[in-house]
Structure formats: structure tokens, C-alpha cells
Design a protein around this ligand. Sequence first.
Ligand SMILES: [Zn+2]
Length: 392
Amino acid sequence: MRLGIRTGHFYDGTTAAPRSNVTVVIDDGRIAQVVAGDASVEADRTYEAVSVVPGLINCHVHLEMNGQPDTLSVYLLRTPIERTLDVALNARLSLEAGVTTVRDLGGAEASAIALRDAVARGEHVGPTIVPAGRALCMTGGHGHFIGRETDGPWDARKAVREQLKAGAGCIKLIATGGVLTKGAVPGQDQLSEEEMRAAITEARTHGMRVAAHAIGTNGIKNALRAGVNSIEHGHLLDDEAIGLFKERGTYLVPTLAAVWRIYENVSSGAQPGYVVRKATELFEHAGENIRKAWKAGVTIAGGSDAGTPYNRHEDYAYEVELMSTVLGMTPQQALTAATATAAQLIGVDAGVLAEGRPADLLLLDRDAGADVRALREPRVVIKGGAVAHERA
Ligand SMILES: [Zn+2]
């Protein structure tokens, strides 16, 4: 299949100046050419778009969760079979909304791992999936109802080996308490630095990258010193943590939408009191702290924690919007965080549009560089050089 796309604004995913009036030629799954002007190209189909951007990459999702107001209900009231169906549904909804790659950071079953393989074989419709399997948490720690409880460095190594055996493509560690687990305090440490270091050493041996859920100040620094690739959330970071991020080149995935969506839906009354209380507290600090980190030069990659309360998989554009409005990124910087930078973090060949690179891209009705909300409801989603979705 050979496609030709004429566009007024071409964003390659990096912060390089966008190109105006080009024709993108896609052949055999890859970008064959990007030529200036309305060059007439031979193609099976031709399209026109106001702007073209890379397919979005969401570095933090939970495909088993749909955005239910009480996350625990996903695991108490739904069966593993229902959750597996939801994984397939959420994958399809992500792709139709322009998310062509996701990193799944933890679930109860291995459905996301199986779906990754089924999508790769072309049997199911969905984004490229980089799954963590089950998250490693301390006994009784954040997410223990779906995680692999682990205590001590050798058990942490064993827990990593179990995820490897299950087919995981990366590892998720729980460094502090979190919002959605009753009794878990976001500000308190959970897995120790020593346990995380052991897990990371084991993961590296097998070529796996490691993400750490870390909200509390000290736990963020424990995870940074242990050597994780990314801090997820990071809401209570301080100046010392900013120094460690920069010194070690660690990425920050701020998941602003997770906090914002809980906060915006408090009046529904459907969320547990402890969730509302903890998220409201974080809401007051998260924007300011993450903005400070961004201004200080910490590398930020896009991830929304999709699946958490009212935070739907097809709504990733909202996270990109928040990175712009809350953190002060230009629309193009926010787009880069959700494409090229995200791809670097999770290690996938995607996120940058250039000759020879895979053709995962979106055709938009407006200029994404002028208004990041243009990312909502892309007109055409192309993944691997094929049209995955076309808006009716
Ligand atoms: Zn999460």
C-alpha cells in the first residue's frame, strides 16, 4: 500500500521547526519520502491534512482499567475474562484516538502481554504495546491487589524473573504509596532503595527498562539513586530530586491527567473518600513542582495513567494539553514529550517521522503547533503504513 499525504504543517516529533507544504509518501509500512510542495506522487490513495504529526505514545496506561470511579471495583467486581475483553477494547479505543504506542504499567493478568503479540501478528487491532506485567510492590504496598508483592533484594530479583518469564517488556516498581490503594500514603517510602537496585540490576541483565511509581519526596530520590529509567508521577519532588534527575538523565512522566480527572469529578460522589482526599492534596502541589522540574531542564515524557478514575484511554490528548497549559510547554514541546521523547524513554522505533522510519502518524484538521487541542479526534490514524482509523 502506497499513500500520499499533502499537508500544510509537518511536525516530525522533534522540536525542529515544522516544515510547510510538503507531501509525505508512505510505502511498505515506512515513510519513503517527504518532498516539498504539491509534488505529484504515485500512490494508491492520497489525502490532505492541515497538519501531520507522529502517532502519540502514552508511556503510562493500565489497559485493564476503563476509568471506573473506584479502581478496586475493577478487581473485586469484574472477572479476569471481563478484564481481558477490556484490555482489547481499550487498546482499540487508544488507537482510534491516535495513540499508536502504549506502555502498560501493570495489571493483574498477562492480557496486555498476550495482546501485544496478537497485535504484532496482525490478529487484533491496537497500538504497539510495551507491557510491564505485574508491578513489584512491597507486601501490602500500593497496588498490592494486582501487584507481585516482594520483600528483600533476592525476592525482588525473582519477581523480575517472573515478569520476564511471563513475557513482560519492561518492569514497574512501586517506590512509594499511592492514591488508589486504601491505606497507602503517597508521601511514604515503600520498596527500599536496596530492593529497587536489585530489581534494576536483574532487569538490565535481560535488557529491560524500569519505571518507578514514586510520589513522595524521599521515595522519588530512592528510585533515582537506585537507577530507574523513569519516575512516574513525581508529584512531591524537591530541588535535590531535580538535581538527581538531571545528573542521571532520568525521565519524568508526570501523569497530570490522573490527578486532574479525579479532582474535576469530585462532585460525582462515586469515588472513595480516601482517593478524593489524597488526590486533592497532590493537586495543590503537583502542577507547581512539575513545572519547576520542567523549567530546570528535567526531561519530561508523556504518560497519562489512563484507566484511573475518569481518565480514559481515548483521552490522552488531555494529558498533552495539560503539559502545555500547566507546565508551560509550547504546543510543539508538549507534542515532542508525547512522541519523540516518549519513544526514547520506552525504547521503541516510533515517535519521529523521517525517511525510512515506521509510518505511525496522524492527519489533523487543525495545526497542532498552534493549538494542541488539534490532537483530539484525529481525522485519520495511520499505523505501520496502513490506515487504522478514519473518522466518519
Ligand atoms: Zn499507574
